[in-house]
Write a protein that binds this ligand. Sequence first.
Ligand SMILES: [Zn+2]
Length: 76
Amino acid sequence: MDRTPRVSCGGCSFRWFSATSSHGLRIVGSCPRCGGDLEFLVAASQDADDAAQRDRELGYDVAPATVLGVPLGWDR
Ligand SMILES: [Zn+2]
């Protein structure tokens, strides 16, 4: 496992190490622990590529509807 942080919080100094966390924190936009500003240490495109690669390795690239079928709705 790579122990180089990908994101660091300027408020509480917490650090995140996974591409998935970094990708999600870009969407959230601030530290979920203290609300502080985040410093991203890896390019966004690299985070997205690494997160997608990790999803493929874990078999998460299959949409639920592919396996379970298309949802029929809530009125059943
Ligand atoms: Zn923080």
